[in-house]
Design a protein around this ligand. Structure first.
Ligand code: NAD
Length: 425
């Protein structure tokens, strides 16, 4: 039987479907030719490998590994590797496309890629994970490369896995090649400033948007959903710039204090409490954690999971500005209502691109063989994020579209123009 592509994701509230809906609107506004549309819609390369691993019990188990390069038009592909039990080709393809737009919107010289290995790292020993990571790297040895495709951590992987990837790739090439992967431990060439980079980009784009909306940060209130890497850094940096953070949340619940939550205290509490805010005394717990999204605040930062602002609750949102720290927190159907209500939404592909920007700096430093100070990293990433915000804002005025569609317009336009100059066969 002929190979049949897995069916596209049918659920309209799915964040990846949501992305395609916005891509289609932007492509139409831009007047993208159908030929270029088809080039950008289809991934450039898809590789599926089978990875037989000797488990600790001596038995061989076979895992599936995927790598998709959606586009290498702007430069080498860039994108994370997720280790998850339900990862599948369709999801990886969509996430790879997402990376293409994210890199293009912040104007860094990368295409988009994504990888996945179908496994459950929570049920595997460190040794099993290491063997799997090394086997995946070797199977992708001709796909990866500092000038071809540069992986990074994603769900279920982190600096430890990136170190193994770098080592395996380096051994196969007979030399140390640290620029093949980002998100490495500092000592292997990781970049200063990477940990806070995404939250920092949220802060920079939030302040830029507040300036356009004439919201004074020193009189503004803010609610942040999610208190992990992105949410807690965004909350801390926004607080430092004068905002009153009146609500934060994590998986344990949402915490509200109209006088403002001391974010340093909340971080210290979380870090001493197995990573959760459960029992935090600096605020009242809300009976329904989703109420956080409906609070009467100036700025709302969803920085937890996808698909939290939907047609079910968008009517109740009172914030004037939404800055999307998470990937895909707003469903496409909710967009129209957000626009009708006059709320500005700084979209994920812009607001959370500070992370990939500093990953790019890691690669630049590795290739230079030189380390930048945290101050230099922050200054340069702030500039990239502010410039990207300004470009998207200008496009939103020029095409008379919301910021989300404008971000896709900027990204698609850049990739399409580059493709046209480079030419095809
Ligand atoms: P994380 O695991 O460090 O933190 C996630 C936080 O969300 C935790 O506090 C968790 O308790 C909380 N959470 C989970 N489900 C929740 C729910 N239903 N309601 C409220 N809180 C909930 O993850 P992160 O790295 O901060 O990533 C958060 C989001 O940002 C994800 O969508 C991720 O894809 C996106 N993102 C992260 C980066 C990065 O550099 N870390 C870059 C780009 C995008």
């Amino acid at each position: 039987m002929a190979y049949i592509e897995p069916a596209p994701i049918k659920d309209k509230e799915n964040p990846l479907e949501s992305m395609m809906e916005r891509f289609n609107i932007a492509a139409e506004k831009l007047g993208l030719s159908s030929e270029v549309y088809n080039v950008l819609k289809n991934p450039a390369k898809q590789v599926i490998v089978s990875l037989p691993i000797t488990m600790d019990n001596g038995k061989i188990q076979v895992f599936e590994g995927i790598r998709v390069i959606h586009s290498n038009i702007l430069g080498p592909a860039k994108g994370g590797i997720r280790f998850a039990p339900d990862v599948h080709l369709d999801e990886v393809r969509a996430l790879a496309a997402w990376m293409t737009w994210k890199c293009a919107v912040v104007d860094i010289p990368y295409g988009g890629g994504k990888g996945g290995v179908r496994c459950n790292p929570r049920e595997m020993s460190a040794g099993e994970i290491e063997r799997l990571m090394r086997a995946y790297t070797l199977a992708m040895i001709d796909v990866f490369g500092p000038d071809k495709d540069i992986p990074a951590p994603d769900m279920g992987t982190g600096p430890r896995e990136m170190a193994w990837l770098m080592d395996e790739y380096s051994k196969a090439h007979g030399m140390t090649v640290n620029a093949v992967v980002t998100g490495k431990p500092l000592v292997l060439g990781g970049s200063l400033g990477r940990t806070e980079a995404t939250g920092r980009g949220v802060m920079v784009t939030a302040l830029a948007a507040m300036q356009k909306l004439k919201i004074n940060p020193f009189q503004a209130t803010c609610a942040v959903q999610g208190f992990g890497n992105v949410g807690s850094w965004a909350a801390q940096l926004l607080e430092e710039r004068g905002l009153r953070i009146v609500a934060i949340s994590d998986i344990s619940g949402a915490y509200h204090n109209k006088n403002g939550i001391n974010i340093q205290d909340a971080i210290a509490y979380r870090d001493s409490n197995k990573g959760t805010l459960e029992g935090f005394k600096g605020a009242e717990i809300l009976s329904d954690p989703m109420e956080l999204l409906e609070l009467d605040v100036d700025v709302l930062v969803p920085a937890a999971v996808e698909d939290v602002i939907t047609i079910k609750n968008v009517d109740k949102i009172k914030a004037k500005l939404i800055v999307e720290g998470a990937n895909g927190p707003t469903s496409a159907k909710a967009d129209a209502i957000i626009n009708e209500k006059g709320i500005m939404a700084v979209p994920d592909i812009l607001a959370n691109a500070g992370g990939v920007t500093v990953s790019y700096f890691e690669w630049v430093q590795n290739r230079l063989g030189y380390k930048w100070t945290a101050e230099r990293v922050n200054r340069r990433s702030d500039r990239i994020m502010k410039d990207a915000f300004d470009h998207v804002y200008e496009a939103s005025v020029k095409y008379d579209v919301p910021m989300r569609i404008a971000a896709y317009i900027v990204a698609i336009d850049k990739v399409a123009k580059t493709y046209t100059f480079r030419g095809g066969f």
